[in-house]
Design a protein around this ligand. Structure first.
Ligand SMILES: Nc1ncnc2c1ncn2[C@@H]1O[C@H](COP(=O)(O)OP(=O)(O)OP(=O)(O)O)[C@@H](O)[C@H]1O
Ligand SMILES: [Mg+2]
Length: 393
């Protein structure tokens, strides 16, 4: 079976039955319910979103525009506008009165653009949205609020024009606030979120689905009374694979694999923490080593192999933007899981306040989880193993 480190789709998409059928059913219904998915890095958010997109478009004939903010590169507003417009037009391509590509509009000269747009027989609102967005992307206009309004309204106006309900998916939504504009790389920050929320309130045809990796950020967007999307989006937390999803994964990806004891099967689940990305890494190493039966010793060899070959590439980015104090605290936790904050302070020559502060930052970032007073664990055991094995941080 083919392992992958990119989002898993169709036959290779395992488990997640409840959340995918809820999303597909709600998003293709007449209800005006949108969703917000929150889940730690590599838990499988994008895979769920892409699978839901596939089922909505293939089975329910619902147009879906999917945009990943992390894929917007360079991460500027004009690039975002370009990507989002392309996605919206693409979602409606079979319903438009005339066939054309967004790129064609971009290369049409300023004077000819209005004529070209008119020849496409789009509604006045859609024409207007496109004109505004295109002139912004081409730097002929500079009002960033106008450009974003045109960009987000496009999908709603396409829905109005074709009398179709559609879905807009914005993956890694919180990173929108980091997009920049203008020569000085200014950020519009939170006002971007407010703008989208105000527009979304008026939408009748478009349902919004967003995702993000930091639980607290997503709660702040959706779950508090003062939150911009309070009562507009339902918050769903994506958890690690359950044991039965883990078994399904093994059956699909490693159908011939035997375990010398049941305990080894559980060991593999525990080291992966049920995180699909880790299972893909470990599974491909098992395949690479040509193992048909897995013992405890062989499993150790598999983990070592993964950490040696992929550890740096897979986990270094988690520590790259941490402060030196946070890294010290993590190291101490990785070495002995039951160490208390006072123990960390003594071991790492830090003062207790710094340890406490670093711990709370790490919890907010989802890198560690608090399990009661002074007790912290890694939600990702493979990452914990990597921290233990890498001395040069
Ligand atoms: N349901 C699934 N079945 C099989 N593999 C999966 C599933 N979900 C995720 N994976 C695998 O896990 C890895 C991470 O998945 P994905 O990119 O969807 O997660 P994510 O939460 O969006 O991660 P990121 O934080 O990097 O955005 C990929 O290698 C993907 O193939
Ligand atoms: Mg993702």
């Amino acid at each position: 079976m083919a392992f992958t480190l990119t989002p898993a789709l169709a036959d290779d998409f395992v488990g997640r039955k409840e959340i995918t059928s809820e999303l597909v059913n709600q998003l293709s219904s007449r209800n005006k319910i949108g969703y917000s998915l929150s889940g730690v890095r590599r838990i499988g958010k994008t895979s769920i979103l892409k699978e839901v997109e596939r089922r909505l478009t293939e089975n329910r004939k619902v147009p879906v525009a999917y945009v990943s903010v992390w894929r917007v590169s360079p991460n500027t507003i004009d690039e975002f506008v370009r990507v989002a417009n392309r996605a919206a037009l693409n979602a409606f391509r079979n319903r438009l009165p005339a066939k054309f590509k967004f790129e064609e509009l971009l290369v049409t000269g300023k004077a000819a653009l209005t004529r070209f747009l008119n020849s496409l027989k789009l509604s006045a609102k859609v024409t207007d949205d496109l004109e505004v967005s295109i002139s912004y992307v081409r730097r002929e206009a500079s009002d960033v609020d106008d450009a974003l309004t045109g960009c987000f309204s496009l999908i709603e106006h396409l829905g109005e024009m074709t009398r179709t309900n559609s879905v807009l998916i914005v993956d890694e939504f919180p990173s929108l606030v980091d997009l920049t504009y203008g020569a000085k790389n200014q950020k519009i920050g939170d006002s971007m979120i407010k703008l989208i929320r105000t527009l979304y309130e008026g939408f009748k045809r478009t349902k919004l689905v967003i995702s993000g990796s930091y639980r607290q950020t997503m709660r702040n967007l959706v779950a508090k009374q003062s939150a911009p999307f309070y009562k507009q989006l339902l918050l769903r937390e994506i958890e690690p694979f359950s044991e039965s999803e883990y078994k399904e994964f093994l059956q699909h990806y490693l159908p011939g694999l035997k375990f010398t004891r049941d305990a080894v099967r559980e060991q593999l689940y525990r080291i992966s923490s049920g995180i699909p990305y880790n299972l893909q890494l470990l599974g491909s190493e098992i395949q690479l080593q040509g193992l048909n039966d897995l013992s405890s010793e062989k499993l150790s060899g598999v983990v070592d192999g993964v950490l040696r070959k992929e550890g740096e590439l897979s986990f270094k980015e988690f520590v790259d933007d941490l402060t030196p104090s946070e890294v010290k605290v993590l190291r101490a936790l990785a070495r002995s899981s039951d160490i208390k904050p006072s123990g960390i302070a003594a071991q790492q020559f830090m003062d207790k306040d710094t340890v406490g502060y670093s711990l709370s930052l790490l919890v907010n970032k989802g890198i560690i989880v608090r399990r009661g007073r002074g007790a912290y664990v890694f939600p990702d055991n493979l990452f914990g193993e990597w921290l233990k094995s890498s001395d040069d941080l």
